[in-house]
Design a protein around this ligand. Structure first.
Ligand code: F6P
Length: 369
């Protein structure tokens, strides 16, 4: 029987859904029943800490840092119950223009004897996968990010669990907001995409939802708040994406500088809006930043199931030697698209069809668009 070795890694920000995908990559690749049909016995190596593992490992030396771990179905059996990633992750880009280590990665993939690498990640990790694929490496991608901003797919792992966190946390805030007649401005993650704020805001029933795709007017926010109070509300929940900004301003930034993908650390939009409301309306207002809570917790049922389907589909692509692809889901069907279709592109909320720019909320007509 032919023997073959594949590597799997998780890169970028962690989230729920990574471990289910890892479990099903390993279980499918090493499924003994399928082995006979395929005529190939697969070995799966887990690469720790994303691309950093492939930069730092020295295949000629004993792997004292533990960048490579041999996986099997027994090891991954319970992984789908857990959040985060059992393999660890990092935001290191081997193509960082200040320190290009891509040649080392390509050499190490060869020296480790990997026929293919399955990379589970968001736009940064999969951009690296695309570039490696162009340089002749056999790569398959699995989409994950709580931002849900990858094009070509209706779902990215981690998003549903993050929506559940937003909904649960806002439920908690409602009791204290109501008791004190306060306004709570809740800041979500999502970078430049409003999916998390919009769908999280819709799920938790927020009064106002502010997203990066539609710059807001502070006056209009205050007008809506006062309208609510006149109608008799005791408190308001406002959900705002970290990347949302007032008309004519740039995004709020938490820290100066950028990461190795050239991205800024966003944050502060919620506090800005809370202060703006309190100043103008004199209503007691607080801001809460949900931050990394949205990436934590055990995977929701949907993330476990999608992790399973994406993991299996990724191995199907490896079996067919159909490399340079990302598995994806469209209209409920798991399929695949060329990695280069996602390179340098983001999926953002279409304000015209998916947002109500007057009420600053989700749409009130769905079938009449
Ligand atoms: O891309 C996922 C994400 O959680 C964004 O929503 C957020 O802006 C960023 O990562 C936070 O990154 P870090 O974990 O490096 O603070």
């Amino acid at each position: 029987m032919k023997k073959s070795r594949i590597g799997v890694l998780t890169g970028g920000g962690d989230c729920a859904g990574l471990n289910p995908a890892l479990k099903w990559v390993v279980k499918t690749a090493m499924d003994e029943r399928l082995e006979w049909e395929r005529g190939t016995r697969y070995e799966v190596l887990g690469i720790r800490d994303g691309w950093k593992g492939l930069v730092n490992v020295d295949p000629a030396c004993p792997d004292t840092e533990g960048y490579i771990v041999s996986l099997n179905p027994g090891i991954v059996r319970t992984w789908d119950r857990y959040g985060g990633t059992m393999l660890g992750t990092s935001r290191l880009s081997p193509y960082d223009p200040k320190n290009d280590q891509s040649k080392t990665v390509i050499e190490n993939i060869e020296r480790l004897g990997l026929e293919a690498v399955i990379a589970i990640g968001g736009d940064g990790t999969l951009a690296i996968a695309t570039r490696l694929s162009k340089e002749g490496v056999n790569v398959v991608g699995i989409p994950k990010t709580i931002d849900k901003d990858l094009p070509e797919t209706d779902y990215t792992l981690g998003f549903d669990t993050a929506l559940n966190v937003i909904t649960e946390e806002v439920d908690r805030l409602r009791t204290t907001a109501g008791s004190h007649k306060r306004i709570f401005v809740v800041e979500t993650m999502g970078r430049t995409a409003g999916w998390l704020a919009l769908e999280g805001g819709e799920s938790c029933g927020a009064y106002i939802i502010l997203i990066p795709e539609c710059d807001f007017s502070m006056d209009r926010v205050n007008e809506l708040v006062m309208e609510g109070r006149r109608a008799g509300t005791r408190y308001e929940i406002i959900v705002i994406a970290e990347g949302a900004k007032p008309i004519g301003s740039s995004e709020f930034v938490k820290r100066e500088g950028t990461d190795s993908f050239g991205r800024k650390a966003l944050g502060g939009s919620g506090e800005f809006v809370a202060q703006g409301i309190e100043e103008a309306t004199k209503l007691d207002t607080r801001s809460v930043v949900l931050s990394h809570l949205q990436r934590g917790g055990s995977p929701s049922a949907h993330d476990r199931r999608m992790g399973r389907h994406f993991g299996i589909a990724a191995v199907d692509l490896v079996m067919k030697e159909n490399f340079g692809k990302m598995v994806c889901v469209r209209n409920g069907r798991v399929t695949a698209c060329p990695l280069e279709n996602i390179y340098g592109r983001l999926s953002l909320v279409d304000v015209a069809t998916q947002y109500d720019a007057d009420r600053y909320n989700g749409r009130r007509t769905i079938l009449n668009t």
